[in-house]
Design a protein around this ligand. Structure first.
Ligand SMILES: [Zn+2]
Length: 889
C-alpha cells in the first residue's frame, strides 16, 4: 500500500531522471489471478542526472519474483525491494539491461488502475501512475522509451490480443492451448501511454488513407454482439483524422489505430498510443439507446483521444504539473472540431455553460487551483475542470490575442521544435512568443493564478464629444494559497451595437485600431475611448466569452433586452437573456420559498420577468435562428449558477422554488409560441443524429418541458404521448425526464415501462438511475438508497456509481443538501465504502462537497460533519484524504 499521507510534490523540486530507459521489452502472460510479467529495460545513466545515482524504480502493490542485471540474477544484497519500490543499489554507470519478473492478480484489481479484468476482458489504465502496478519502472512522463510487447493468453479466453503500435508477430504457443501476439511501437513514449487488451471482442474495421497517402487500418473493438453500435464512433474517428490534417497539419503515424470499449473504466477514455481504451459509454450508440447528447459526446471524445496522438503523445508532458499542456490544448482542439462539425455558436454556449457550472464552481471553493498547479499530493485529483476546461480557455485566448494565423504559426513551431520531447508550459508559450514576436509574460499568469477574475465594465456616452468610453476594472479574488494576485492580461471582444442592431465601426480615440475589436486589458483599471459615436450605443462585451471572467456591467435591463434581440454575436445574445434571468432568480431566491413557489414572482422582479418573456418570445418566433440556439436561449440558469451568483448563505430550497416558479411563468406566458415550435419541429422521417436534426429535437423538447412545468393536465398528457410514441432515445428519455420532474402521478409507471424495455442494457439503465437520483423531493434519498440494492446497480462499476450516487450528489442540490443532513451523510458513507474499492471514483464523488462553505449555516454545519466523518475514516486512500483535507482546510 502507499503512504496514506503522502508528502506534497512541488513543481519547483523538479529534477531530471538519474537513469533513462531507451527500450522496454515486455512479456505478459495473461492469467485471471496470476499474470506473469517479465520486463527487460534497456537503461543508461542520464548525463543530466546525478552521477553515480542508484536505479530507483516505482511500484505499487507489486510482487517481485526475480531481478537480473545484464542477464545475471541479482543477489538480495544488490537490490532493495518493497511493493512500492525497487532500488538497484550500486549499478555500473554504463548502459545495462535490467530484467524484472513480477506477478499480478488482475481479477482482484478493483482500483481499475494498472492491469485489470473488466467483464472478462483484460485491459490496462496507466495514466497517471498505473504502469507501476504492472512492473517496476521510473514512472514519470519524462522517461521516453520504445516499447515491444509480447502478450500471451488462452486462445479460448482471449482470442483478441492488442498492444501499442503495429503488430509484428503472432501465433500459437506450441504444445499448449495458448497463443501470442507481439506489438512494436516505434515512437518513444512515456509509460502512462502503455496499454494492452486481451479478450473476446467483436470488431469493425475501416481503411483510412492519410494526406500523404499512407494506409491505416482503423479498428473498433466492442463486447460481443455490440458491433452494430460502433458505427458512429468509427465515422467520428475518420472525420477527426481528416480534420486534424486539414486544420493543424497533423497526420497519423502508425499502420493501425485501434479503439477498445470496456464496461468498467474510471475515466471517459484514454489516449494510449495507437490503442485508445474507452469507457463504452463513449463508443456505443444507436438511435434506440443513445441520446443526441450521447452522440455529440462520442464525437467529441473520439476526437479528443485521437488528437492526443500529437498533443500529448508525440509531444508529452515533462511532469504532471504540465498536465494542462496536453489536456487544455486537446480540449481546445476537440471543441474546435465539434464547432466545425456542428453549430459553432451552440457549441460555444454549451462549452461555456459547462465551464461555469464546473470550473467557476471549483474556482470559488476550497479546491481552487491554478491551471498549472504548483504542488500536489495525489495527481489523480488534478484531472479537473480547471486543468481541462479553463486550460482550453487559456489556449482559446492565445488564439484571440494572436489571430488565427499567429496561433497556427505558434502551433506549427511547437510541433516542429518539441516533437519527441516531454515539454513544459513555458516551452509551449515560448513557441507562440517566438512565432509572433509577442511578449506573453503577463499572459502566463493564466497558468499560475487560480480563481476567476472579476471584470467590471462601465460604459459612458458623451453626446457633446460624440465619444464612448468604457471604464474597465479587474479584480483578482484570493484563493487557497494565493492571498495576493497580480493583474491579468484579459482579451475582451467588443462590439458597440447601434440602434438599428448593427455594429458601429470601432475607432479608438487616438486613431489607432491595433487590436481590432478586442480590448486587451492589462492593468487593474483602464479606460478605452472611441470617437465618432453619433448616438448612444449598447456595448456587447466579452463577445463569444473571449475571456473566462465574471463580468459585471452597468447595462440596464432595457440594454440587455436590446442585446437579447439584436446582438449579432450569438453568444452574447444568449448571455443577455441569461443575465436577465439570473438577476431575477437571485432576487427571487431571497424570498421565502413558500412565497416564490405560490405564483409568479412579485415586486421588483416583475419588470425583469416581463423583459425576459419579451426577449425569449422574440427568439422563439425568429425563424432565421437555429432551433438548437433557441433551445439554449429558452434554458433557465441552473440551480448551481444561481447559487454561485448568490455566493454565500445559500438556501438550495429557495433557489429551486424560484427557478421552478420562473419556468412556470415562462411556460404560461410563452405557451402559444412554444406550441407552435413543438408542432413545427415534429419528426419528419427516420431518426438521424446530425446536428440539424438534433437541434430541432432540442427545441421541441425544450418547449415540451417548459409547457409541462405549468403542471397543466393537457401538457402532462402531451409529455406522456411524447414518451409513448417516441422512436428514439432522445425523445423517449427527455419525455421520461419531464414526467419524472413534473408529473408525480404518471412517473412510476413510465419509469417502470422504461426499465422493462431496457433492463438488459446497462448504459441505458444508467440514465434511468441518474434520472431518479435527480428528482427534487424528500422521498428521493430513500429511492436512491433502495436503488443501491437493485440488481442493476453495482458499487464495482464506476458508470453505475456516477449515475446514481454521483448524480444525487452533483445534480440534486435540494436533496443532497437536505437541511436534516441525511443527504450529506449518505454520500459520506458511500465515499467511505467506495474508497476501500476504488479510491479514484471515491475522490471524484467527494468533490460534490466543493461548494459547502457557501451554504447557509444549518446545511454548512451538516456538510462539515459529513466531511469530518470521512476524515476520521480508517485507512483512507491518498486520493480521498487529499480532497477531504483540502475541502476542510
Ligand atoms: Zn485528454
Amino acid at each position: 500500500m502507499r503512504d496514506a499521507d503522502p508528502q506534497p510534490v512541488r513543481l519547483t523540486d523538479y529534477r531530471p531522471p538519474d537513469w533513462l530507459v531507451d527500450t522496454v521489452d515486455l512479456d505478459v502472460r495473461l492469467h485471471p489471478q496470476a499474470t506473469r510479467v517479465v520486463v527487460r529495460l534497456g537503461m543508461r545513466p542520464n548525463p543530466l542526472g546525478r552521477p553515480g545515482a542508484p536505479i530507483v524504480l516505482d511500484g505499487d502493490e507489486l510482487e517481485l519474483k526475480s531481478v537480473a542485471l545484464d542477464g545475471a540474477p541479482l543477489a538480495g544484497a544488490g537490490y532493495a525491494a518493497t511493493p512500492s519500490s525497487l532500488t538497484i543499489l550500486a549499478p555500473p554507470q554504463d548502459p545495462l539491461v535490467l530484467t524484472i519478473e513480477t506477478v499480478l492478480d488482475p481479477s482482484a484489481n478493483t482500483k481499475l488502475m494498472g492491469l485489470y479484468c473488466s467483464s472478462g476482458t483484460y485491459c490496462t489504465q496507466c495514466e497517471a501512475e498505473g504502469f507501476r502496478r504492472i512492473t517496476y519502472f521510473p514512472d514519470r512522463p519524462d522517461v521516453l522509451a520504445v516499447y515491444t510487447t509480447r502478450i500471451e493468453a488462452e486462445c479460448e479466453e482471449a482470442p483478441v490480443l492488442l498492444g501499442n503500435g503495429n503488430k509484428v508477430d503472432s501465433g500459437d504457443v506450441e504444445g499448449t492451448t495458448r497463443h501470442f501476439a507481439v506489438w512494436h511501437d516505434p515512437w518513444p513514449k512515456p509509460c502512462y501511454l502503455f496499454a494492452l487488451v486481451g479478450g473476446k471482442l467483436d470488431r469493425i474495421t475501416e481503411p483510412f488513407v492519410t494526406a500523404t497517402g499512407k494506409e491505416v487500418e482503423l479498428g473498433i473493438y466492442v463486447e460481443p454482439g455490440k458491433a452494430g453500435r460502433a458505427g458512429y464512433a468509427m465515422d467520428a474517428l475518420k472525420r477527426s483524422m481528416r480534420w486534424d490534417e486539414e486544420v493543424f497539419g497533423c497526420e497519423y503515424d502508425l499502420d493501425v489505430f485501434n479503439i477498445v470499449a470496456v464496461a468498467d473504466f474510471n475515466m471517459g477514455a484514454m489516449e494510449n498510443k495507437g490503442l485508445n481504451v474507452f469507457n463504452d459509454k463513449y463508443v456505443l450508440a444507436s438511435p434506440e439507446t443513445a441520446t443526441d447528447a450521447d452522440y455529440a459526446n462520442i464525437e467529441a471524445i473520439i476526437a479528443h483521444e485521437y488528437f492526443h496522438n500529437w498533443t500529448g503523445n508525440r509531444i508529452t508532458c515533462r511532469d504532471w504539473f504540465q498536465l494542462c499542456l496536453k489536456e487544455g490544448l486537446t480540449v481546445f482542439r476537440d471543441q474546435e472540431f465539434s464547432s466545425d462539425q456542428r453549430s459553432r455558436p451552440v457549441k460555444r454556449i454549451a462549452d461555456v455553460r459547462l465551464l461555469k457550472s464546473h470550473q467557476f464552481a471549483e474556482d470559488a471553493g476550497p479546491l481552487a487551483h491554478p491551471v498549472r498547479p504548483a504542488t500536489y499530493r495525489e495527481i489523480n485529483n488534478f484531472y479537473t475542470a480547471t486543468v481541462y476546461e479553463k486550460g482550453a480557455e487559456v489556449v482559446r485566448m492565445l488564439k484571440t490575442l494572436l489571430s488565427e494565423e499567429g496561433f497556427r504559426a505558434g502551433m506549427d513551431l511547437y510541433f516542429d521544435r518539441h516533437d519527441g520531447q516531454a515539454a513544459t508550459v513555458e516551452e509551449f508559450l515560448t513557441c507562440f512568443a517566438d512565432a509572433n514576436g509577442a511578449d506573453l509574460s503577463q499572459f502566463a499568469l493564466w497558468y499560475a493564478q487560480s480563481g476567476t477574475p472579476q471584470v467590471e465594465v462601465n460604459g459612458h456616452w458623451d453626446a457633446a464629444a460624440r465619444s464612448y468610453r468604457l471604464d474597465v476594472r479587474q479584480t483578482q479574488v484570493p484563493t487557497p494559497g494565493q492571498p495576493d494576485k497580480q493583474p491579468m492580461l484579459i482579451p475582451l471582444a467588443l462590439g458597440l451595437v447601434g440602434a438599428d442592431g448593427r455594429d458601429l465601426p470601432l475607432v479608438p480615440h487616438d486613431g489607432t485600431n491595433a487590436a481590432g475589436s478586442v480590448l486587451v486589458v492589462s492593468r487593474p483599471e483602464q479606460s478605452f475611448v472611441f470617437r465618432d459615436v453619433e448616438a448612444r450605443p449598447v456595448p456587447s462585451i466579452n463577445r463569444g466569452f473571449s475571456a473566462p471572467v465574471k463580468l459585471t456591467t452597468n447595462l440596464a435591463s432595457e440594454d440587455l433586452l436590446f442585446l437579447a434581440r439584436h446582438d449579432t454575436d450569438p453568444f452574447n445574445r444568449f448571455e443577455a437573456g441569461q443575465t436577465l434571468a439570473l438577476a431575477h432568480l437571485v432576487s427571487a431566491s431571497g424570498l421565502a420559498p413558500e412565497k416564490t413557489s405560490a405564483g409568479p414572482p412579485s415586486g421588483g422582479g416583475t419588470a425583469l420577468v416581463e423583459a425576459l418573456i419579451e426577449a425569449l418570445g422574440a427568439s422563439l418566433e425568429d425563424e432565421t435562428l437555429d432551433p438548437a440556439f433557441i433551445a439554449q436561449v429558452l434554458s433557465v440558469p441552473s440551480e448551481g449558477d444561481i447559487a454561485r451568483e448568490i455566493g454565500s448563505e445559500v438556501d438550495p430550497d429557495a433557489i429551486h422554488a424560484a427557478r421552478r416558479s420562473l419556468r412556470r411563468a415562462l411556460g404560461e406566458a410563452l405557451r402559444p409560441g412554444l406550441e407552435r415550435a413543438y408542432g413545427r419541429h415534429a419528426p419528419d422521417g427516420a431518426y438521424s443524429p446530425d446536428a440539424v436534426s438534433a437541434g430541432r429535437r432540442a427545441l421541441r423538447n425544450a418547449a415540451l418541458e417548459l409547457m409541462a412545468s405549468t403542471g397543466e393536465a393537457a401538457d402532462i398528457a402531451r409529455a406522456l404521448a411524447h414518451f409513448e410514441t417516441a422512436d428514439n432515445m432522445t425523445d423517449r428519455f427527455f419525455a421520461l425526464s419531464v414526467l419524472a420532474h413534473h408529473a408525480p402521478a404518471e412517473r412510476d409507471a413510465a419509469l417502470d415501462a422504461f426499465y422493462q424495455r431496457f433492463r438488459d442494457d446497462p448504459l441505458v439503465i444508467d440514465k434511468w438511475l441518474a434520472l431518479q437520483a435527480q428528482i427534487a423531493e424528500p422521498e428521493t434519498l430513500e429511492r436512491v438508497r433502495e436503488l443501491t440494492r437493485h440488481p442493476a446497480f453495482s458499487m464495482g462499476n464506476p458508470n453505475r456509481v456516477r449515475a446514481l450516487i454521483g448524480n444525487f450528489a452533483a445534480a440534486n442540490q435540494t436533496q443532497f443538501h437536505r437541511p436534516d443532513g441525511a443527504g450529506h451523510l449518505f454520500v459520506a458513507d458511500a465515499v467511505l465504502e467506495l474508497d476501500r474499492r476504488n479510491p479514484q471514483v471515491a475522490a471524484r464523488l467527494l468533490g460534490a462537497f466543493k461548494s459547502w462553505r457557501s451554504l447557509e449555516p444549518t446545511r454548512r454545519g451538516s456538510a462539515e460533519r459529513a466531511l469530518r466523518r470521512i476524515a476520521d475514516g480508517p485507512g483512507l486512500s491518498p486520493d480521498v484524504s487529499d480532497i477531504v483535507a483540502r475541502s476542510l482546510g
